[in-house]
Structures are given as structure tokens and as C-alpha cells.
Design a protein around this ligand. Sequence first.
Ligand SMILES: C[S@@+](CC[C@H](N)C(=O)[O-])C[C@H]1O[C@@H](n2cnc3c(N)ncnc32)[C@H](O)[C@@H]1O
Length: 309
Amino acid sequence: MKTNMQNNILSEIPASNNDVSDHISLDQAILMRDVSDSSEALLNTVENEKNKFYNLPRYYDLAFERNIERDIVFFQKCFQMYCDGDVKRILEVACGTGMFLEYLPHYGYQTVGFDLSEAMVMYTKKRLHLAGLNKHQAKVVLGDMKDKVFKKKFDAAFVCVNSLGYLTRDADICDHFKTMVKNLRKGGIYIVEISCKCENLLNEKRVDETWHVSKEHIDLQLKWRPFLYDLKHRLRFIDFEMQVNDDQMIIEIKEVHKLRLWLFEEFKQFTSSNGFTIVGIYNQNYEEISLSMPITGELGVLFFVLKND
Ligand SMILES: C[S@@+](CC[C@H](N)C(=O)[O-])C[C@H]1O[C@@H](n2cnc3c(N)ncnc32)[C@H](O)[C@@H]1O
């Protein structure tokens, strides 16, 4: 049975990101693990840059392989609808294994990507080389989304699959948007794919959080399971597990990923106070979501189109 607390949890949260309340007890809303396992301890121990998974790009690629063509077509539609002028140069933030960097040049774009993980950058370099792309068509460099500034501006940029959530502190998120304003020309757009907090935390739970991939003598068993929500610090903790059987070589990873728990009003504040305007919101079917409706995790993972005006 749903309790009032679960249903009204958002109304207890202060609107200002700099004015967080005392820790809100989530015992009834925490979905999967005993809450006595407080996030305070996790807060200090989990450091995202130490996530081993992102040092194993080959397995990331297999685990998150997807058809990105539909996303590219959607991006093109956004460029036409929201960008002032033509789009030629595109920046991908936290580009991971460079899937988009490889394919965007086929649509006539020059692409640059960056990522915090050296292993991801090396892997992507090799991928672009194998695809026969030169540095003018596609390039990848090391960088932190908090402060990575490029000399030459871009017409458009994007960040996918909630990668922005790895910036968890207000100050880092603000620095990120300030940096992105510098990286984009006036009238350019930035597409950000993130999932907001569900109004009812129980809706965050998925029926099955495991999946299996088998390809080229490699077997992967994966689990991505949100288990703790800390409203005070705006954090979502994820249990990640991967078992790899790579031609008889066994690798096992168990680690916690710490991600920003996005509240739409705060996200809007971060963007608007740092030079962007939200001009469109789209769901995973690329259907437009009205800016006047409540924007919560119940709508699924969303694309926010931000304009540098
Ligand atoms: C979930 S993966 C997404 C990769 C890629 N965007 C995709 O669509 O598959 C998250 C990526 O964010 C990168 N990352 C995490 N924190 C970062 C930071 N502060 N700056 C740049 N990249 C970061 C990780 O190294 C990892 O490659």
C-alpha cells in the first residue's frame, strides 16, 4: 500500500539547491536495501573516478551496445528546430567508447568527444582509426566535464545516458554549464539526456535490473540496481555488478556508482543561471513533453534541449 510519505516526498524537498534540508528519512521509500546502511558512509567512500567499469571499454561497449541511429536522427531534428544557423561541429561530452563519434561523420558532421577515463579515450582513438576517420572528421581527447574548454567553439553538443549525473555537487554542475556556454557558439544547442527523480520513489524500481550479453566468445552478466536515494545530498546510489567470461578468462566487478538525483526545478535553475534556456524536452520515443507539465522520473529518461542564447 502506498503511504502519504511516498506520494508526497517531493513536497518536502526545498526548491533551492543551496538550501538542502536535514536528511529526510526514506525508510519506507528505499526500495531494495536495508536503510540502516546509511548514505553518509557511502558518501565519503564512493568516488566515481575509481569506477573500474569505465576502465574496461570493450565490455562497456558490449554491455551498452545500442542502435544510435534513431538518436542521431532526433539530434538532427533538434538542430533544425532549435539551432540558429547550420550545425557542422559537434561536441560529445563523456563520450565513453565513441559510438557517436564514429557514426556522426557519416552524416556530414565533424565530431570531437572527451572523457575522463584514459582507457575509454584510448579505446575510442583506436576505434576511430579503425573506422578510417581522420582527425578533422572525428577526434577524442581526455577531459573532465567540470572544466574542459576547447579553443574552437561548437555548433551543438550532447551528453548521453545520464553521464552528466557523475557530477554530483552543485558547484561542479554549475561549472559544467559555464564551461559548455564557452564551448558553444551563440545560438548553439546542448542536448542533455538524464532521468529526473520519480515523484513516487517506488516508481524508480524496475522489475528486472539484470541483463545478459553474449558475443564473440565473451559472456557478460550485468546488474544495474539503484538501491539508495539520499534526498539531502541529491544522490542516487547504484549497485553495479558485472561477471565476464572472456574466452575462459573470468573478471568480476562489484562497485557502487554515485549519481546526481536530478530534480527538474533544480536542473532548470542550474541551466538558466549559467547561460542556457530549456527550449524543448523529449521522451525516449522522441515525443515532445510540454514544459508546463510536472517533469519527473515517471516520464522516463528525458532529452533536455538547452540553447545558448
Ligand atoms: C554511462 S557512460 C556513457 C558513455 C557514453 N556517453 C555512451 O553514451 O555510451 C559514462 C561515461 O562518463 C564518463 N565520465 C564520468 N565522469 C566524467 C567526468 N567528470 N568528465 C568526463 N567524463 C566522465 C565515464 O568515464 C564514462 O565513459
